[in-house]
Design a protein around this ligand. Sequence first.
Ligand SMILES: [Zn+2]
Length: 292
Amino acid sequence: MRAWAFLLLSIATVPVWALEVVATTASMGMLARTVGGPQVRVTELAPPERDAHQLQARPSMIRALRDAQLLVAVGAELEIGWLPAAIAGAANPAIQPGRSGYFEAAAQVPLLETGQSADRAHGDVHAVGNPHVNLDPMRMASIARALAMRMAQLEAASAAGFHERARRFADEVAARAPQWRARAAGSAGAVLHHKDGLYLLDFLGLPLLGTIEPLPGVPPTASHLQALAQRLASSKGIVIHAPYQMPAGAQKLAERLAWPVAALPLDPAAGSDATAYFALIDRWVDTLALAR
Ligand SMILES: [Zn+2]
């Protein structure tokens, strides 16, 4: 009887997953879940309805990082305001930068806007290049393959499954890419509040017509908006901002230019799978297609 009870207790406490993963954003969580499948349990730190540039380290983040075997971050300083502090607080040697338990998406793909004369002193938050790689499905496919390699390194017994699921994700992106590009073709491009949709514009071959922010992370001024409106007068386009960005600048510019304006999330909902990510790209593509 006692042995039976002990067995039940053992079954109840042994986790069914092999890797404890913490992802900084919902997009990174989606990718970790997609590649890891049932072999991983994924906890996400940043709520997708908040600006990942502007968060602060919280006790819940530190708790989550304490038991993590793999941390999947965006990198390129997107999380610089809170992740280093949370990692330090967790005191978990496995997920320190440079260890195999620390993975940065931005380090796996070529970045846009590197080597520019970024000016931290003036508040530029993209000083080492644009970190918003998650809205480019092609780069996400490359990152999925790199993540599969890393997971395989940490959990060799599940390697075949990690590689197979990354390949399926990449195949799905490759199958959808021509449709996304065809749907967006002929769009005049967009003014973004922040340069967060830049990789998607690049993927679709559409121009970034301007930004509401004069520099990444710096709030708009009246003179900047005035100059933008003059430059874009009598041209076509659309203004896009994230739901958490102050909409006033985007709305004012759209009104002056008689352009449509849209609020679009940068990440799928918390806990999303690849289907939700592809639906987010669909939404962006269909919105960009309105700029005609
Ligand atoms: Zn940014």
